[in-house]
Design a protein around this ligand. Sequence first.
Ligand SMILES: Cc1ncc(COP(=O)(O)O)c(C=O)c1O
Length: 416
Amino acid sequence: MESRYLFRINKEIVGEIEKKVSTPFYIYDEFGIEITVNKLYKVFDWVPGGYKNFFAVKALPNPQIISLLHKMGMGVDTSSMAELVIAERLGIVGEDIMFTANNVPKEDFEKALELGAIINFDDLSYLDFFTKEIGNLPELVCFRYNPGNLKEGNDLIGKPTESKYGLTKDQLFKAYAKSKQMGAERFGLHTMVVSNMLNVEYLIDTARMLFELAVELKEKLDIELEFINLGGGLGIPYKRSEKEVDIEIYSKSLKYLYDRILKNNNLSHIKIVSEFGRYITGPHGYLITKVLHVVEKYKKYVGVDASMSSLMRPALYGAYHHITILGKEYKKEKEIYDITGSLCENNDKFAIDRKMPVIIVGDILILHDVGAHGHAMGFQYNGKLRPAEILLKKDKSIKLIRRAEELKDYFSTIVW
Ligand SMILES: Cc1ncc(COP(=O)(O)O)c(C=O)c1O
């Protein structure tokens, strides 16, 4: 079942929330998230060593959501002190934490080590940095591979040869050899070369590259990996014309490659892990915003009470988010509008030249598929405040999981 058919946001639910919280606000649908998690875990239940997703905290760093996902069997993928502290405060420790960060401050490494996280090193030089600044390497280390010209990347993440992330192949082999000499005994391998990828062949090809690398590591360095981390980047269909990734085909193809490459080389103890964020929560988040003004200049503009400071993706990447009008879901699309926020930036637009039913002041717009890299990317430019987050529980009850920012929050760091 495609995630979009799980849509449960209706007038009754929005009305209920509006009694407590004013627009704009985010809603996350627990029911949808659970279905996605169960589906993912079911298709990967063949992995001999086990499969686990480490949810990318940066996608939706709300502790209540992280806790929900952890209860559903997920670890966390963290990349900063704050994300490590979220894990710690939820009692998520040890190898339930992947620490995949770059340009890492000493304090973050220290915290990751203290929590017993799996540290995924982004550069060969970090080994010396770590031993000089912090101490002995942990027993388990992981390295992020950057395949350079061997993979293409995509617009969201850029070409691997232009990317600041990861080790070249030559550096990677040096890193495993060196860390082994330095006392590491257990090893993982990671890559992440695309973001929001819907092309299953590309994803499979990435896995093949990692599986082959695992064999090469065994042959050349006598290192048997404990896990292969496929990274994040599994896409979701933002546009209604796009199709969901068929994860059954993805999983079946991975199994075929796993058997042919890893099993045939006596490496069938290797676990498969991932750091999917967007795929897990993206389709199950909605930004609810009210129309403040409808104005006509050379074009028609609908001004809403959210701005790009609440959802940056359209302005940042030209990303598409489907927009519906509460109660007008089946009305004919008759007008063409730009849907805008109120920042003093002309790219503060959620949609440009979007064909919509007629919109009037007071209408409630629903921006779809904002459950990942949505609220999390928010900022306060122009003194705009970040909106509240609501969890729509399975039984349709409503839980406030982050209050909206208030002016006092905006001023709280200022020295007058
Ligand atoms: C290292 C790393 N892992 C995982 C993710 C999650 O990606 P996605 O939410 O697209 O699955 C990201 C996203 O930026 C990332 O940088």
